[in-house]
Write a protein that binds this ligand. Sequence first.
Ligand SMILES: NC(=O)c1ccc[n+]([C@@H]2O[C@H](COP(=O)([O-])OP(=O)(O)OC[C@H]3O[C@@H](n4cnc5c(N)ncnc54)[C@H](O)[C@@H]3O)[C@@H](O)[C@H]2O)c1
Length: 353
Amino acid sequence: MKTEQIRFGFLGAGAISHYSAGSVNNHPGAKVIAAQDLHPQRLADLCAAHQIPNAYATADELLANPDIDAVYIAVPNKFHVPLTIQALKAGKHVILEKPFALNYAEAKEAADVARQMGKVLTLGMNQRFEKFPQRTKALVERGDLGEVYHIKAYWFRRSGIPKLGTWFGNKSLSGAGALYDIGVHYLDLALYLLGDFKPVSVSGATYTKFGHLGLGAGSWGKSDNEGHVFDVDDFATGFIRFASGATISLDVSWACHAEEHDRADVQLYGTKAGAQARAGKLFRPDPATGEYNIIQEPNIDVRYPHGDRFHNFINHLLNEEELCVPIEQALAVQRILDGLNASAVTGREVRFD
Ligand SMILES: NC(=O)c1ccc[n+]([C@@H]2O[C@H](COP(=O)([O-])OP(=O)(O)OC[C@H]3O[C@@H](n4cnc5c(N)ncnc54)[C@H](O)[C@@H]3O)[C@@H](O)[C@H]2O)c1
C-alpha cells in the first residue's frame, strides 16, 4: 500500500452508507475522505454526519481523486457492477454492497476486471461478522457439531418491504426482491457455516403477494418514493443440495402473515450438536449425564473478533488479515441466486456441473 491510512471514497449516500462511514472512521487505519451521490441533499447529510471533506456530484470526479485508495459502493443493485468495474479500472480497491449483481455473468465480469487490475474486490457480507455466527463458525471448524448435514436459514419479516415506490421493489433496478435483499444474507451465511459453496442443484419458488397491492411496507431506505412499479418477489423459498449429501433450506419474506414482526436465524443440524447461529445457541446432550443442554454463548476464540466487515477489508489491505469474503465465494452465491430465480420461473430443479 502507498500509505498506512486507507482512504475511502463512498459511491452512494443512502441509508446503509451512514452505518458504513461510521465503521470505516472507527478504524485507526482508515478514513472516509470523499463521497458521491446523485442526490445533493443526501450527499450533504452524509458528509456532514461523518466529517467527509470532499463531496462529488459524479462517480467520474470521485474516481479521478488520486488520494482515494478504496471505494465502497452502496447504490441500487443495477449500478453495482458498472460502478465496480469503473472503480477497479481507476485503480481502486472495492468493497461492494450485497447483492453482488443482477446476475452471475455480470458478477463474473467484475471479478475478472479485479484480477486483471490486481485490485482487491470483496462483498461486505456483514452477517458473517456478527458475534454469534462467528462463534458458530469456530465451533463447526473445531468439529463440535460433528457432520453438519442440514442448515435451515430463514428471515421472515411480517411487514418489512423497503420503502414502497423506491428502486428496491423494481426489478429493472434491483434484480429481485426479498430473495436478493435479505435472502442473500442468510444464503451466504449458511454456505459460510457449511464451508461448501458448490452445490450440485437448487430448486426455488418466489411469490409476489403484498408489495404490488401497496401492502407490507416497512421504512428502510433514504431514496424517495419515485412511483416505481413493484414487480419483484416479497417471499422466496429455496432448497440446495451438495455432493456431500448436505442440504440447505432457505426461506425469506419481506412481508407475510406471521406471529412475529421479524424472525430470523440460521439453524444447523449436526451429528454431534445443533446450533442457532444468530441466537448463539448450541444444542447437545451432556456426554456424562445424557441430559440435554441448551448452551448460550459457548466460549470460543473467533477469527474476526472486531466483528466488522470494513475492518476486515481494511486490515486485509494493510496486509494484516485474511479476507473473509473471497470473490469466488461471492460469485458462487450469485450463481445460486440465479439458479433459484431460474427454477422459480421454470418450476424445475437447476443442476450445476
Ligand atoms: N449489508 C446490508 O445489511 C445492507 C443493508 C441495506 C442496504 N444494503 C445495500 O446497499 C445498497 C444501498 O442501499 P440503501 O439502503 O443505502 O439504499 P437507499 O435507497 O437508502 O440509498 C441509495 C442511494 O443511492 C443513490 N444513487 C442512486 N443511483 C446512484 C448512482 N448511479 N450513483 C450514485 N448514487 C446513486 C441514491 O440517490 C440514494 O441516495 C443496496 O445495494 C442495498 O442492497 C445493504
